[in-house]
Design a binder for this molecule. Structure first.
Ligand SMILES: *Cc1c(COP(=O)(O)O)cnc(C)c1O
Length: 390
């Protein structure tokens, strides 16, 4: 038998550093602020629906596009928070998390050699998803503020870099706002620039908005689909994982014009076909919770952000205060990967090197950056801060 080898299109996508760091956390008994998942359960109203659904016909395959009750809840939610209306039957598709919505969109829309403009650092599934679809990543760097102490300025990009990234083979912009790992919320002016380029070059836009509700005081989440003329060329992806602290449920969705959603569905039906029967009606209930739920979720997380950011600064690490999400980024004196490999042994805390969120050619941009998650119980954060400052 010849030696099995990893397919060419997946070369360079070996085991992620997240797995290494999580294993290190277990081996050293460290506080794990690496992977971004909450350590408290989601709202009881949501969990109860899923529990009650198990043992009923909801255990069987849901309809291909998702349960109607969830597609209707997604449409109503997007109408309530973004003022956009989508037809639940033709313009909403339920997926196995945001991850499958993104993979399905890339597989359903890209031809080999098509270029995708992405802001960098980028969520780790993007480059792999683009590669699996035969596409090419065209990264646009985001630059962190470089002050010492706590920076309250957002990460920024150069308009010239964005314009230069768009070429004759560009067909798609993949935009994540609020953004992981930087915690940046793209401003309306920045989104207007992306929209202008999309119109100029006839590009489609795929937006990942899984942190849409985890936005802190002073920042406002805007979806690109809200800008004039953009709804018709934009696919909006989100998911229940972050919003309802149910990251293991993997209930996501995509909204967009029917022709674009059909392209995603064509790929999606051969990926998972369907998933999470009992969880779908539960997320539907979550999406209908009153505004107070979503406000309290963000306010609670903002408090956790402040706790961790103050602790990181007290430990002497220059830190960028995030406008949203689960994550704060610090600048370390040396190599971020080496720092993260030593930290569990030195103080018993695990973080992840931000270099994992850069394309190999741009690894230098993230070399000194490290990401910490603050979506943890207060006592866990206090313990981590205590260890970091000791
Ligand atoms: C967590 C995360 C996802 C994955 O969402 P799932 O619904 O769990 O698939 C996608 N994009 C970003 C930016 C994330 O942080």
């Amino acid at each position: 038998m010849s030696t099995p080898h990893l397919a060419q299109r997946l070369q360079g996508f070996g085991t992620t550093v997240f797995a290494e760091m999580s294993a290190l956390a277990v081996a050293t008994g460290s506080v794990n602020l690496g992977q971004g998942f909450p350590d408290t359960p989601g709202p009881a109203e949501v969990l109860d629906v899923a529990r009650a659904a198990i043992g009923t016909p909801l255990d069987q395959y849901p309809p291909g596009p998702g349960l109607p009750v969830l597609r209707e809840a997604v449409a109503a939610h997007v109408q309530r928070f973004r003022g956009l209306s989508y037809d639940p039957d033709t313009e909403v598709l339920v997926t196995a998390g945001a991850t499958e919505a993104l993979a399905g969109a890339l597989l359903g829309l890209l031809d080999p050699g098509d270029e995708v403009v992405v802001f960098e650092p980028l969520y780790d599934s993007y480059a792999a998803g683009i590669a699996m679809a035969g596409g090419v990543v065209r990264p646009v760097p985001l630059h962190p503020p470089t002050e010492d102490g706590v920076s309250t300025d957002p990460w920024v990009f150069d308009e010239a870099d964005l314009r230069a990234a768009v070429g004759p083979r560009t067909t798609l912009v993949l935009l994540n706002t609020p953004h992981n790992p930087t915690g940046k919320v793209f401003s309306r002016a920045e989104l207007e620039l992306v929209a202008e380029l999309a119109h100029e070059h006839d590009l489609l836009v795929l937006t990942d908005e899984v942190y849409e509700h985890l936005v802190f005081s002073g920042a406002e989440h805007v979806s690109l689909a809200e800008l004039p003329g953009m709804r018709e060329r934009t696919l909006v992806v989100s998911s229940g994982g972050k919003t309802f602290s149910t990251t293991g449920w993997k209930i996501g969705w995509v909204c967009g014009p029917a022709e674009l959603v059909t392209c995603v569905r064509t790929a999606k039906q051969f990926l998972t076909y369907v998933n999470g029967g009992p969880f779908q009606p539960a997320i539907a209930v979550g999406l209908g919770l009153p505004d107070a739920y979503f406000h309290a979720l963000a306010a609670d997380l903002e408090r956790k952000r402040d706790l961790l950011v103050a602790g990181l600064a007290a430990a002497g690490l220059p830190v960028v205060r995030p406008q949203a999400t689960y994550f704060a980024t610090v600048r370390v004196p040396g190599d971020g990967l080496a720092f993260c490999r030593e930290l569990p042994h030195r103080v018993g805390v695990v973080a992840v090197p931000s270099s994992a969120f850069y394309t190999p050619e741009h690894a230098d941009l993230g070399r000194h950056l490290v990401r910490f998650a603050f979506c943890k119980r207060d006592e866990v954060l206090t313990e981590a801060v205590g260890r970091l400052t000791a």
